[in-house]
Design a protein around this ligand. Structure first.
Ligand SMILES: *[C@@H]1O[C@H](CO)[C@@H](O)[C@H](O)[C@H]1NC(C)=O
Length: 290
């Protein structure tokens, strides 16, 4: 009875020790696993901000940064392109850079790729509207076989299209619209001069002009620009009553008055002369009789 109890206690004790040992053992294994993951973590990311916009005819340059463990070696870098719109023809591998020297071979004469230390680049010259757009993927393969992938979207840089200005009467604001230009930049003019605080306040994004002048008058122009040029639209309110125009009106009124006075004077003179002439012609026959 006593011995069995002692045995049980011993069993429990050893089980506890074993459990603790196993637990610390597991911790070590886990730590090693995490460390090895850290050491072997291969990653790649494209430096360019996606989507990349390219002006047709210019050169597309993509740069990818490669991070790898100190014990590993990159054995292959591949660039691929897929159309973003599924209807377009698939393109596939653009360039692959195998081996230590990384002499890359492009699938087309306008494609150039290179790998240096921790950077891989892809250059596509003479960018073509539809053919060269799409999703670009870079895949880095290590000698051990692990791979890492990064991708970015490439689109055509489009000119500014269809600028329009609409008025929001209830909020006395003007809203500028633009159809599909890349990176549009909005600015406002009033009577061809930049909008002053006396005229209104432009919203942060430049799209809305809150008009503070009252009453709203003159020409409000919204100019939308990007790398390829600009386009504008104008909202025309009632003409402005400026100091200048008031002066002009006064001058015109004065001139009209002067002309009228002149005309009246001329008429009076003309009548007096006619009366004189008639008096003289009446006197003439009388002179003949005498
Ligand atoms: C006018 O602007 C306000 C505030 O931006 C908006 O809520 C409203 O819908 C606009 N009205 C029209 C007719 O666009």
């Amino acid at each position: 009875m006593l011995t069995s109890k002692k045995n049980r206690l011993q069993e429990l004790f050893t089980a506890g020790v074993m459990g603790r040992q196993c637990f610390s053992c597991c911790r070590v294994v886990l730590l090693l696993l995490l460390m090895s993951r850290e050491v072997h973590s291969l990653s790649v990311h494209i430096v360019n901000e996606s989507p990349v916009h390219v002006v047709p005819g210019s050169t597309l340059l993509l740069r990818a940064r490669i991070q790898q463990g100190p014990l590993e070696e990159v054995s292959m870098v591949t660039w691929e392109q897929e159309p973003e719109i599924t209807e377009a023809a698939p393109t596939g591998v653009l360039a692959s850079c195998p081996g230590k020297s990384f002499t890359c071979s492009g699938s087309r004469p306008n494609v150039l790729a290179s790998v240096e230390q921790q950077e891989a680049t892809l250059q596509v010259s003479g960018y073509k509207r539809v053919a060269d757009g799409g999703v670009y993927t870079v895949t880095v393969t290590e000698r051990a076989g692990t791979t890492a992938t990064a991708y970015c979207v490439v689109r055509e840089y489009e000119a500014v299209h269809h600028v329009s200005v609409s008025i929001n009467v209830s909020h006395s604001s003007l809203v500028c619209g633009e159809a599909w230009g890349t990176d549009p930049h909005f600015s406002w003019l009033h009577e061809r001069a930049p909008v002053s605080t006396a005229v209104g306040k432009v919203s942060k994004d430049g799209i809305t002009l809150l008009v503070t002048m009252s009453p709203i008058c003159g020409h409000f122009t919204c100019v939308v620009s990007n790398k390829l040029g600009y386009s504008s639209a104008t909202y025309t309110a009632d003409p402005c009553e400026t100091e200048g125009s008031r002066g002009t009106t006064a001058v015109v009124v004065c001139l009209v008055l002067l002309l009228m006075i002149g005309a009246v004077l001329a008429f009076l003179l003309w009548r007096r002369r006619r009366q004189n002439q008639r008096a003289e012609s009446l006197r003439e026959p009388l002179d003949g009789y005498i």
